[in-house]
Design a protein around this ligand. Structure first.
Ligand code: FES
Length: 146
């Protein structure tokens, strides 16, 4: 009967494969917990005006979260628009949930008022950053001018 020594290349290869398999789920969890945006970059506030879409998408007294642009736009009862960066001021995660006019950060649960940018729920302590916004030809454009 032939025996395979414990330090044989076959055993070592098997260990390498098993180690790789054990790490794969950990790497997956790391990605899920991280809030990096497209291409692995950290999410960012627009640095120039961005066309967000039709003005009619933001109802009076309501708000709309533009996840791709990291901007939330609200409209008051008198029709005035306000825009804020939807990058959380606590640790920089991209806020991905809007319920009514309340934004909730997925990372540690901070909540913000989409009509004022104010913090409603810690751990964040700083309000969201306000952005210039205007309705132009029926479109909403938000972000700082160059
Ligand atoms: S990054 Fe948003 S609550 Fe921590």
């Amino acid at each position: 009967m032939e025996t395979v020594p414990t330090g044989s290349p076959t055993t070592a290869r098997r260990r390498t494969v098993l180690r790789g398999a054990a790490l794969a789920p950990v790497a997956g969890l790391g990605l899920a917990a991280c809030s990096t945006g497209e291409g692995g970059k950290a999410p960012a506030t627009p640095t120039a005006p961005v066309d967000l879409g039709a003005e009619s998408e933001v109802p009076e007294g309501g708000a709309k979260l533009y996840r791709d642009a990291n901007v939330v736009v609200s409209r008051s009862g008198d029709g005035a628009l306000k825009a804020f960066s939807s990058i959380c001021t606590h640790a920089g995660c991209a806020i991905n949930k809007l319920s009514g006019t309340t934004l909730t950060c997925p990372c540690h649960g901070s909540e913000f008022d989409a009509t004022t940018g104010k913090v409603l729920q810690a751990p964040a302590t700083e309000p969201l950053h306000a952005l210039p916004v205007e309705a132009k030809g029926g479109r909403i454009v938000a972000g700082p001018k160059a």
